[in-house]
Ligand binder design. Structure first.
Ligand code: ARG
Length: 407
């Protein structure tokens, strides 16, 4: 029997997909579940897959790979889609694609399958990833094809003895990994409705956050966070710890109307405590060590980078080239940022770096000022030379200067 490797979360959609792929396509189903830091017990997820008829059920701990190969490169690019969303799901999909392809090749499977709907970005990310890594694999998207409504799906599951847990009847659609948690659907579909407290699991509300602040430090080396409070900490543990610290203090809730690639505006709620802290700390360090022109140029590249990751173009020459650029800029992004986590906010309270371009002797208004004030005069004259010439020409032909023309 030809084989399909299904990206399996253990949820209702992908559980029904196991049976559906057998019934509709006559395929032998191998499931793959990646540990990217979601809370589910993955041993029982694999057991469930086998119970539902999977030939084999792979579980791969991909947490370290996820943080090193996807999250940290995105952090170097300060990547937030539309300046807001830290790309939680967007970063995990190319990783899922990579592992789907690896298992398919190992199993000699002709097909891979995923549980994405036809309305989201995730289908694009997984399918473009698979196509880039192995163009011979064919992709099946059961949820996109079966066109069952929610009640129909529940009946489908019931008829086949597929367990529907109470948690699956929950009002929200969730995607979680180490970089954050995304919450969609239910009451959140009304952009006027404030997300209820039960939408959140990683973060306390500001009201419930401790009155006493938590002060901590993050040390970066060449753009990557390597230590907390001076203690060297490996990537996964570092992200997990910051999720706990910042989550406790209510840091990292995001409420965003997001422009999906498929043309839909959607209301997205996230909690991303570690991402919020690390992105802010990283940017604070960059602003101290990168010269103005590079810093500003990089900021436009950062947006580009976030956009292409969001659009599913991880495996693209543009991403590779931008990563090379980012890498170069990060040579000096070494140092420590001191932070206060308090009542929903993360505040930078200090920073230091051996590459700091901040020079007190230049910036000070005090007596030890060494800045050459007289040089400023000539600088200003030359800086404005072209504009002055331009204005002079306009005056010469009686055009106005410095006021915008009516109409
Ligand atoms: N809107 C976000 C994105 O496109 C989150 C997607 C969440 N995915 C999910 N299957 N629930 O990246």
């Amino acid at each position: 029997m030809p084989k399909v490797v299904l990206a399996y979360s253990g949820g209702l959609d992908t559980s029904c997909s196991i049976r559906w792929l057998q019934e509709q396509y006559g395929l032998s189903v191998v499931t793959l579940t990646l540990n990217v830091g979601q809370p589910e017990d993955l041993t029982s997820v694999a057991e469930k897959a086998r119970r539902l008829g999977a030939l084999r059920a792979y579980v791969v701990d991909a947490r370290d790979e996820f943080v090193r190969d996807f999250v940290f490169p995105a952090l170097r690019a300060n990547a937030r889609y539309e300046g807001v969303y830290p790309l939680i799901s967007a970063l995990s999909r190319p990783l899922i694609a990579r592992h789907l392809v690896a298992v398919a090749e190992r199993e000699g499977a002709e097909y891979v399958a995923h549980g994405c709907t036809g309305k989201g970005n995730d289908q694009v990310r997984i399918e473009l990833g698979v196509a880039a890594l192995n163009p011979h694999l064919k992709v099946i998207a059961p949820v996109r094809e079966w066109r069952m409504s929610r009640p129909e799906l529940l009946r489908y599951a019931e008829e086949r003895g597929i367990p529907v847990k109470a948690s699956q009847a929950k009002p929200y659609s969730i995607d979680e990994n180490l970089w954050g948690r995304s919450i969609e659907a239910g009451v959140l579909e009304d952009p006027m409705a404030e997300p209820p407290e039960d939408a959140f699991e990683w973060t306390r509300s500001v009201a419930a956050a401790p009155d006493a602040p938590l002060e901590c430090s993050v040390t970066f080396e060449a753009g990557d966070p390597v230590a907390l409070n001076g203690m060297p900490t490996p990537p996964v543990a570092l992200v997990q710890t910051l999720n706990e610290w910042a989550g406790l203090h209510g840091v990292g809730r995001i409420d965003h109307i997001e422009s999906r690639l498929v043309g839909i505006k959607s209301r997205e709620v996230y909690e991303a405590p570690a991402a919020t802290v690390l992105l802010q700390a990283h940017a604070a360090l960059e602003s101290m060590v990168l010269p103005r022109d590079l810093l500003h140029f990089k900021q436009t590249m950062d947006l580009k980078y976030a956009e292409l990751v969001y659009y599913g173009l991880w495996y693209s020459p543009l991403r590779e080239a931008l990563d090379a650029f980012m890498q170069k800029t990060q040579e000096v992004v070494t140092g420590t940022v001191y932070l206060r986590l308090w009542k929903g906010h993360v505040q930078v309270i200090g920073r230091e770096s051996p590459y700091s371009l901040y020079q007190k002797r230049l910036a000070t208004y005090d007596v030890d000022d060494v800045f050459d004030h007289r040089a400023a005069e000539g600088f200003i004259r030359l800086w404005g030379l072209e504009s002055q010439e331009y204005a002079a020409r306009r005056r010469a032909v009686n055009l106005s200067v410095g006021v915008s023309e009516e109409r």
